[in-house]
Design a binder for this molecule. Structure first.
Ligand SMILES: C[S@@+](CC[C@H](N)C(=O)[O-])C[C@H]1O[C@@H](n2cnc3c(N)ncnc32)[C@H](O)[C@@H]1O
Length: 475
């Protein structure tokens, strides 16, 4: 595994042919298999299953007294090492760098398409009010890219899968004058979306001249759930009705900003199945929520793998735990390590120590008893435990159970869990890249031209890769 093919160039803006994608996938899966034991080790089970003892002895020794700040170097992809690491880790880091799709967005001046409405002094707040900075960052960039695709691959409208309250559609519709048909399964979100649209229109009437609103296209918000077995005919007839289309040969682009779990694969299938769909732009999320053969053996179709190449490859499966870690932000953890933010770094050990206590009392409740607890400075283990079981039947658990030698020992070993978690995070981009390469290949196998690239700041938005595809007639 030390010498990867010279053909494998560092992919930052990733657009290669079908055979290269297969090579990438093949080599990535081999590397993943080597570290499957680490990827499949769920952090909650760290003490229960004694994960530390699974680390090779030389690594245990190396990490025994290492200052935690040093670990951040293992999560740096762009810089070269200053510290001395065991050979295996140096090789692993180099291989990961060669194989994984870069998480650093390029300078995007050549693909930027400013939207004047977002800067309008009286109207800009309509796009930012009650929208978190993370979402503001995402919708701005995503809208620019979708508007560019619309320009390069002219279509009559865009369909947004899992549109939420329509933040993206609003910029496309009012900012860029593109008609958008939103599919969102939660009716409350659609109601909210319509209210915000109406408010924006009324503000625009006050502050803009008529000539400045001529291009406005109010988005259409449909309450519809799109599943992997949703028929194309049904999907197309929903669009036809919503947009009152008389003809059959309309054309559209498909977009999705963080369509969760299976919705990503569903939108890809719909894109390939509908001749009217001409381009596709989406940024996926929640890979752990996708159906796979392991989790849903009876299902006809799965969220992963999608490509025929991987479906025919034995051992292409990715566990729930591996897909879950691939959604975590290695950059944020890197920063916590770098500044020695021990308060945050300790939280996994509190969780794993609490899990041991729960499972010892109720073995059948593994992985399901603890609630998420937001970290607060100076929180003791007792406080953590009370919050983690608040409102559950464990609330009444005898507090003497919390003070025992085993728990004290677990808590004393909190740095081990930081080391172990850092090693898992190192591999997270490999798992994500495998999922993305599989998606890319699925589209390539169906004759599309595909590009994958990081478009968001990974610290703000950890799922930051866009998958862009166009059908052959537009190449
Ligand atoms: C992570 S949110 C993203 C929302 C929006 N795109 C944004 O970026 O603000 C995913 C959205 O997809 C919707 N969704 C999930 N599964 C869906 C499905 N099968 N059909 C339609 N909508 C779905 C959810 O209700 C949720 O609003």
């Amino acid at each position: 595994m030390q010498n990867l093919s010279n053909d494998l160039q560092k992919p930052s803006n990733w657009r290669v042919n079908l055979d290269d994608t297969k090579i990438k996938l093949d080599v990535s899966l081999k590397l993943m298999k080597k570290y499957e034991w680490l990827l499949d080790a769920y952090v909650l089970d760290f003490f229960l299953d004694d994960h530390w003892s699974q680390l090779p002895e030389n690594l245990q020794l190396h990490f025994k007294d290492i200052p935690l700040e040093h670990l951040c170097e293992l999560l740096q992809t762009e810089e070269t090492e200053k510290l001395t690491w065991p050979r295996e880790l140096v090789d692993l880091k180099r291989n990961l760098k060669e194989l994984c799709i870069s998480r650093t967005p390029r300078n995007h001046t050549e693909t930027s398409l400013p939207c004047p409405l977002l800067e309008h002094p009286k109207l800009k707040h309509m796009f930012t009010k009650r929208v978190k900075p993370k979402k503001q960052h995402e919708i701005r960039r995503m809208a620019e890219i979708c508007a560019l695709s619309h320009r390069q691959t002219p279509v009559e409208f865009i369909v947004d899968f899992g549109a939420g309250v329509g933040h993206l559609a609003r910029i496309l519709g009012y900012g860029f004058g593109i008609q958008v048909c939103c599919f969102e399964m939660q009716d409350e979100l659609n109601q909210q979306a319509r209210e915000i649209d109406a408010k924006l229109e009324s503000m625009a009437t006050k502050h803009l001249h008529e000539s400045e609103t001529n291009h406005f296209q109010r988005p259409v918000h449909l309450t519809q759930r799109l599943e992997s077995d949703t028929q194309q005919e049904h999907f197309l007839s929903c669009i036809r009705d919503a947009l009152q289309l008389k003809k059959e040969d309309f054309s559209f682009g498909i977009v999705g900003l963080h369509p969760c779990g299976n919705l990503g694969p569903t939108l890809m299938r719909m894109f390939l199945g509908c001749p009217q769909a001409k381009f596709l732009n989406f940024v996926g999320c929640c890979y752990q929520k996708m159906n796979t053969e392991i989790t849903h053996p009876r299902n006809q179709v799965h969220g992963y793998p999608l490509s025929s190449f991987l479906k025919d490859t034995r051992e292409s499966q990715l566990s729930y735990e591996a897909r879950e870690i691939s959604c975590h932000a290695m950059e944020v953890y890197h920063d916590r390590l770098q500044v020695g933010d021990y308060e945050h770094l300790r939280i996994h050990s509190l969780r794993a120590a609490a899990e041991r206590i729960i499972v010892q009392e109720f073995p059948h409740l593994r992985h399901c008893a603890l609630r998420n607890v937001k970290h607060s400075p100076g929180m003791t283990f007792h406080e953590y435990f009370q919050r983690a079981v608040q409102g559950t039947r464990f609330e009444a658990l005898d507090s003497r159970l919390l003070s025992n030698e085993q728990t004290d020992e677990d808590l004393k070993n909190w740095k081990r869990i930081v080391v172990f978690y850092t090693l898992r995070l190192m591999l997270a981009p490999l798992v994500e890249s495998i999922i993305l390469y599989d998606r890319c290949l699925f589209l390539q196998e169906n004759d599309c031209d595909v590009r994958i690239e990081a478009i968001f700041d990974p610290r703000l938005s950890p799922r930051n890769h866009i998958t862009m595809a166009v059908k052959p007639q537009f190449l």
